[in-house]
Write a new protein. Sequence first.
Length: 348
Amino acid sequence: MFSESIFYSICTKGDYMYIADEKRYEKMIYNRCGMSGLKLPALSLGMWHNFGDTGVYANMEQMCFTAFDNGITHFDLANNYGPKSGSAEENFGKILKEHFLPYRDELIISTKAGYGMWDGPYGDWGSRKYLIASLDQSLKRLGLDYVDIFYHHRMDPETPLEETMGALEQIVRSGKALYVGLSNYDGPTLEKATAILSSMNVPFIINQNKYNIMERNVETNGLKDTSFRLGKGIICFSPLAQGMLTDRYLNGIPQDSRVRTDGRFLSEDKISNERLANIRRLNDIAGERGQSLAEMALAWLLHDKAITSVIIGASRPQQILDNIGALKNTDFTDEELAAIDAVYESAI
Ligand SMILES: NC(=O)c1ccc[n+]([C@@H]2O[C@H](COP(=O)([O-])OP(=O)(O)OC[C@H]3O[C@@H](n4cnc5c(N)ncnc54)[C@H](OP(=O)(O)O)[C@@H]3O)[C@@H](O)[C@H]2O)c1
């Protein structure tokens, strides 16, 4: 794809030349995304936190290297990831340019639009005007001609579904995205959207929704069953409940944890005594399986055949390495599943 000299000059713009681990594809499991031709790594890396302007660039680089060196080929973004909005795409765009362009065809890069991005009526929700302008802005920040997956980020109760889906169709036809996805949709709306997209032959392949041991909306709102029936993939976000399904908060709230560094989305009151008691019960079940709680939480999602991938967040490279450990055992006995369900049910 690139001559050696271009490769060298691209890669030496950073402090050193990154060369990906040759054994990376031996370390990861790849799952087919629904009934599409695309395979995704069982673990993907999300850039909602720690990739914005308040993050440390060298740490972002190292997290991307660690991920790719271990076969994580999928990086998930959105127009509004930061803070400030757009800065995660800018920072990842810089990492791409400095280190990853030679690997572009080995990467699945996704972005989204659907939440508030700029002032006025055209920078939010699901109009054709917003989605098309937003993806153009994202491509500029990323320094790319196309993304692999473009998502509508949330259901829009006011814009006709035909208009939003029509914008996704135009985006694919214009070559700015290879596939499209829907995020935060429920089962009935997914069913309607699928009918519209199928009638236009749009490669809609994936749903992105919050799903973890303690947050199971996708089971009650019909998303999981409908997605599986329609042959679409599911990629789960916040699989660790933003860090609560790890050992992070078992002994107090660390200064470097998300609660302290960015409490906008995970506030201290979420770490209640009642929740901690449930986390400890889950931690004990994980211990009996010979796993950390984080490993068990990820494995619990991946043992489900409806699930294509889980998007982990990370604040440091070691967390990515620890989480890949989940792949060693994604089998559960009926007793283990029942014990996990009992903790969930006691909390709802
Ligand atoms: N479509 C949507 O609407 C939507 C919404 C939210 C997220 N997402 C996507 O999903 C991605 C992941 O979401 P998330 O960040 O909430 O995921 P998560 O995996 O549930 O939480 C990630 C956080 O957990 C902690 N952590 C991770 N591994 C750990 C380990 N092994 N041990 C201890 N702590 C660990 C870290 O927090 P500390 O800072 O405490 O270290 C890390 O930042 C996002 O980046 C984004 O791409 C999409």
